[in-house]
Design a protein around this ligand. Structure first.
Ligand SMILES: NC(=O)c1ccc[n+]([C@@H]2O[C@H](COP(=O)([O-])OP(=O)(O)OC[C@H]3O[C@@H](n4cnc5c(N)ncnc54)[C@H](O)[C@@H]3O)[C@@H](O)[C@H]2O)c1
Ligand SMILES: O=P(O)(O)OC[C@H](O)CO
Length: 325
């Protein structure tokens, strides 16, 4: 199975490296011509994944037409750009493995909804889990959820992608895998705020646990399965991104917790912190469905410029409640 990757940020590049194991040819579409030439000339994505020597069997291109030779495509552009890139791509009925973690602003669509609207003939899978790109590219042990409604296609994709150090766990719960990845980014911002404001490790643990309850409430209401949310794509990724400044979302939160304005933290960013775009649309979707998401509300308030003291007071003065989801 010839794989192509659309999106040559840190994650698309790391996944191309995974797909190129055993010197398999991989076509990697990058938006930036300098990224294309760096990958083809010196086998390094100096812009988005510096310091990693890439397999010479990865061929970068800035022409989406060059992906026509591929049998399946990994879609790894940020969630807010998936629609426009898919609209420009002649995909036919190739399977798409969706790897972005977010919800589309305005439409409130999950990435699988977008792909289904733009390319209804393509079978869909979602790859999600605790995966810092530089660790995956370095071949460190990693496990992900690979969710696909068609179990035989899911098994074929796993056969092609998995290795001893990149373990795929099969699921048919596409929505659950997506919601886990999208919601954890918002909660990672909140955990970063706890770190940046020096609120302590107890607060961080409480936030992870109550954040998971929030993710579960939203996920179950949208048809996700509890076991998926408690797995790699949900809790696993939440724990990873709530504990390290390697997470762009966590780092954004650290800045907010230190009192730096969101506008200053987000302007001129080259890399993506998906949670900043997902938080307001997640809040809107939760309101519409009547789901309480106080931590998401708090992140939105901070992104909108509310003072941290006021946001903390609002959270800590919420009525005491039963612990269940
Ligand atoms: N980096 C990771 O460790 C990691 C791991 C798992 C999942 N993800 C997810 O993968 C997705 C991509 O993140 P990343 O880390 O590879 O990106 P990145 O932050 O490394 O790079 C930004 C990417 O956005 C692209 N981009 C910017 N503007 C664009 C536009 N108008 N149209 C199309 N593309 C545009 C750039 O070309 C680049 O590929 C995100 O949803 C992210 O949550 C990232
Ligand atoms: O750097 P972040 O916060 O986008 O997190 C990257 C991955 O999603 C971790 O699984």
């Amino acid at each position: 199975m010839k794989l192509g990757v659309i999106g040559a940020g840190a994650w698309g590049t790391a996944l191309a490296q995974v797909a190129a194991r055993g010197d398999a040819p991989v076509t990697l579409w990058a938006r930036e011509p300098d990224v294309v030439s760096a990958i083809n000339d010196i086998h390094e994505n100096t812009g988005f994944l510096p310091g990693v020597r890439l397999s010479p069997t990865i061929r970068a291109t800035d022409r989406l037409d060059d992906l026509a030779i591929c049998d399946a495509l990994l879609i790894v552009v940020p969630a807010q750009h998936v629609r426009s890139v898919l609209e420009q791509s002649d995909i036919g009925d190739k399977p798409l493995i969706l790897c972005a973690k977010g919800i589309e602003a305005g439409t409130k669509r999950l990435v699988s909804d977008i792909a289904g609207e733009v390319h209804p003939q393509s079978p869909l899978a979602v790859l999600s889990g605790p995966t810092f790109a530089h660790e995956v590219a370095a071949g460190l042990p990693t496990a992900v959820t690979l969710a696909c409604a068609d179990e035989s296609l899911g098994a074929a994709l796993s056969d092609r992608i998995a290795s001893a150090t990149f373990r795929t766990y099969a699921s048919t719960d596409v929505i659950g895998a997506e919601i886990g990845g999208a919601v954890k980014n918002v909660l990672a911002i909140a955990c970063g705020v706890v770190e940046g404001a020096g609120l302590g490790l107890n607060a961080r643990a409480a936030l992870i646990a109550r954040g998971f309850a929030e993710m579960t409430r939203f996920g179950l209401a949208r048809g996700a399965r509890a076991e998926t949310l408690a797995g790699l794509a949900g809790l696993g990724d939440l724990v990873l991104t709530c504990s390290s400044t390697n997470s762009r979302n966590f780092s954004l939160g650290v800045g907010l917790g230190q009192g730096i304005a969101a506008s200053a933290l987000l302007s001129d960013r080259k890399t993506v912190a998906e949670g900043a775009a997902t938080a307001p649309v997640l809040r809107e979707a939760a309101h519409e469905a009547g789901i309480e998401m106080p931590l998401t509300e708090a992140v939105c308030a901070l992104l909108d410029g509310a003072p941290l003291d006021a946001v903390m007071d609002a959270l800590l003065q919420r009525p005491l409640r039963h612990e269940g989801v």
